[in-house]
Design a protein around this ligand. Structure first.
Ligand code: GLU
Length: 546
């Protein structure tokens, strides 16, 4: 029996590999255009690190006028969950990650599908057959028990674990021996016949990490499993070739598989794509740096950002800063440009892990939220509250216009206030503006604490000097006049020069008003707060103090 017949006997396929080569022709794109992909298992869970990798892959394709596609890698059926795929698609879309091609919630889009690996069985088998014909792959009949024995022996003798050299027991079986085993009903899988030598160095250049050297692969890795499905290694090589991926961008946990992957491409006669291995986002744990972990770190799940109310856009801006640290500078120098104009560069990506920096994320988020209109902040806060704080949502809805005005204090201006980092903290910042919430557990009185004096200040100021229709300058002048009339210095400088001549300064005086109305010693613009509260609310609050 010749190898072709042998291959046909081992793997039944509808088509041969040539058919598939023709079916998926080279893409008609510019030389510089990158074809990239995001290739998750359908676990339904999007990790921050995965979002980061997906973003980089998307951005690289977009900025080069290429193609970014979604491929679902479900050959390990244990890792699939129901709705896993649509959950991933929706979660990513919420963060602005969209695909030109690939799996969508309504089926496949694009000419290079199917984009779900479990639907591509015939394709993988066709290419596995090609390898068998060329004597680059063979059937392996080793039972799980004998593999286990070998493994135990390797462990005992401190040898490398795996199917190689002496341990690759089926690699030299003749076709006749193999046929006999098949006739006896023995089960088989298909392995690669590696010509690699572990003592030789394999040289390779990664787009991000630069030049690398690893031992050659000498393991006869499995390419087709007993369930007829390919292993991840084999599937990705066949898929990335046929889907005409130019750049495989993925987490650097795959770096050590590079010798196997390049070997697969070469044995299959494919052009090797460029690889870009992204360094992980890390966290410090007991003095050591480790990768953000799904099990240990809440920040690893993107639902964390949703629950806190950190805008998705802010998370993406943060990730872009992690990807290229010059992005932040670019943003501040190009305020009028859209961030999509920033060009991401593999060469500027970190080669080691990047520590997850919550403070930086908050800074970016505060900056971002400060650029929004009051009505947008209102909508986003309301959306958050509807999910996580229903009472607050009801208040926001009841007092819509009033709330928008509150959000507009020191906003929509040249240097807006940067106080909100996440929508979950908004209520703590503005609660005192709502009578329903105004139940202070303490008043933050500062230098003036004598209650008689406080009452006196409030009485004189609010009854004789405050006028809600005053413009800001008049308002401030009147406050000064009131302060002076009660023995306070109208200017800070005067007070500093002769502190003994005064009861206090204008600042002490206005603090009494501020604390009475809000209970807080530190608030946004008091003039605006007073105008929004209005006389009724103000007098009610004075009464509460008295
Ligand atoms: N399915 C693989 C994973 O999620 C994809 C790796 C790759 O991008 O090649 O880990």
């Amino acid at each position: 029996m010749d190898r072709k017949e042998f291959a046909d006997k081992l793997l039944k396929t509808k088509h041969d590999f040539e058919y598939y080569e023709k079916l998926y022709p080279k893409r008609d794109l510019d030389d510089k255009a990158m074809v990239t992909r995001y290739a998750p298992s359908p676990t339904g869970f999007v990790h921050l690190g995965a979002l980061y990798a997906a973003f980089i892959s998307m951005k690289m394709a977009k900025q080069s006028n290429g193609i970014f596609f979604l491929r679902i890698e479900d050959t390990d059926q244990k890792r699939s969950i129901e709705d896993g795929v649509s959950k991933i698609i929706t979660d990513l879309a919420n963060f602005g990650i969209t695909f030109d091609e690939g799996v969508t919630v309504d089926g496949d889009k694009g000419e290079y599908g199917p984009y779900t690996q479990s639907e591509r069985e015939d394709i993988y088998k066709a290419f596995a057959k090609k390898l068998i014909i060329e004597d680059k792959a063979y059937p392996c009949f080793c039972s799980p028990e004998s593999l286990k024995e070998d493994r135990e022996r390797q462990e005992k003798h401190k040898e490398r674990i795996g199917y190689y050299g002496y341990y690759a027991r089926c690699r030299n079986l003749s076709i006749d021996d193999a046929l006999k085993k098949i006739e006896n009903g023995e089960k088989y899988i298909i392995r690669l016949k590696s010509k690699g030598n572990f003592n030789h160095r394999f040289k390779f250049k990664d787009e991000i990490k630069g030049k690398m050297e690893l031992p050659e692969n000498d393991q006869d890795i499995v390419i087709i499993k007993s369930d007829g499905l390919p292993t991840y290694h084999f599937a990705h090589a066949v898929d990335d070739h046929l889907m005409r991926t130019t750049h495989v961008i993925r987490g650097d946990e795959w770096l050590s598989s590079i010798p196997v992957h390049v070997q697969l491409f070469e044995y299959l006669g494919f052009k090797v794509p460029k690889y870009a291995h992204i360094s992980p986002i890390t966290i410090e744990d007991n003095g050591t740096k480790r990768k953000l972990s799904k099990r240990k770190d809440p920040e690893a799940a993107i639902s964390y950002y949703h629950e806190k109310g950190i805008p998705n856009k802010a998370v993406m801006l943060y990730l872009e800063t992690v990807a290229n640290s010059n992005f932040e500078m670019w943003m501040s120098q190009n305020k009028d440009k859209d961030v999509s104009e920033f060009v991401l560069d593999f060469k500027k990506m970190p080669v080691g892990g990047s520590l997850f920096d919550y403070d930086k994320l908050m800074n970016i988020s505060k900056n971002y939220i400060s650029t929004l209109k009051a009505s947008e902040v209102y909508d986003m806060t309301l959306n958050w509250a509807k999910m996580y704080d229903n009472d607050f949502a009801l208040l926001l809805k009841k007092y819509k216009d009033y709330s928008i005005k509150i959000f507009n204090i020191e906003r929509e201006q040249k240097k807006p206030r940067k106080d909100i980092g996440y929508f979950g903290e908004v209520k703590d910042q503005i609660w005192y503006m709502y009578d329903e919430l105004f139940k202070p557990d303490k008043y933050e009185w500062q230098r003036i604490t004598d209650m008689d004096e406080i009452k006196h200040i409030l009485d004189v100021y609010l009854n004789k000097y405050y006028n809600i229709s005053d413009d800001k300058d008049t308002w401030f002048n009147n406050m000064k006049k009131a302060a002076i009339s009660l023995g306070y210095a109208g200017e800070m400088r005067e007070y500093k020069e002769n502190p003994d001549n005064y009861k206090g300064s204008i600042a002490d005086f206005s603090t009494v008003v501020r604390v009475c109305l809000t209970s807080k010693s530190n608030t946004p613009d008091l003039y605006e707060i007073m105008r929004l509260l209005g006389k009724d609310k103000m007098f009610k609050r004075v009464e509460m103090v008295i």
